[in-house]
Write a protein that binds this ligand. Structure first.
Ligand SMILES: [Zn+2]
Length: 155
């Protein structure tokens, strides 16, 4: 039986206190017994969560083999004890003295839209060869074959 730790953070959420209990999962099969064992520091919340998951999986998957029937009592019994121990842990807290949880990076401010240099560009309306863009907006200044015209700026 592991002692609760106030310095080893939960592998899931990084909070303390934690226990590193041997949560067992038994998958019984006719020809093979498969044990899955987890031993990681977990806080109360995640210890209960993981133990419950393992218990459920053992109860659902573990009854296949006749032999595993007996082993299941051991596995389920172990996990019920573990569950009890996790329930006895204190509410999870941020790890004292540890690095604070990294603050979410604020979304990068969108870079300012680069202002295009004013100039003649292919007329987006297609009516003329070129249209003068003043760097911010299309203008009514258009040109075809060197001849300038006035045409209402598109949209
Ligand atoms: Zn946790």
């Amino acid at each position: 039986m592991a002692e609760p730790s106030t310095t080893t953070p939960c592998v899931v959420c990084g909070r303390v206190p934690t226990r590193a209990e041997s949560i067992r999962r038994h998958v019984g099969m006719i020809v093979m017994q498969r044990f899955v064992k987890l031993k990681q520091p977990l806080c109360r919340e995640h210890g209960i969560e993981v133990t419950n998951t393992y218990l459920r999986k053992t109860l659902i998957e573990g009854w296949w083999g006749f032999v595993s029937f007996f082993l299941n009592f051991f596995t389920v019994g172990n996990d019920l004890v573990v569950l009890f121990r996790y329930r006895a842990l204190d509410e999870p807290q941020p790890l004292a003295g540890g690095a604070p949880a990294p603050a979410p990076t604020p979304a990068q401010a969108a870079p300012p839209t680069p202002t295009a240099a004013p100039g003649w560009h292919p007329d987006p309306s297609g009516r003329f060869e070129h249209r003068w863009h003043d760097g911010q907006n299309w203008t009514s200044n258009v040109a075809t074959r060197g001849q300038q015209y006035d045409d209402p700026a598109p949209g």
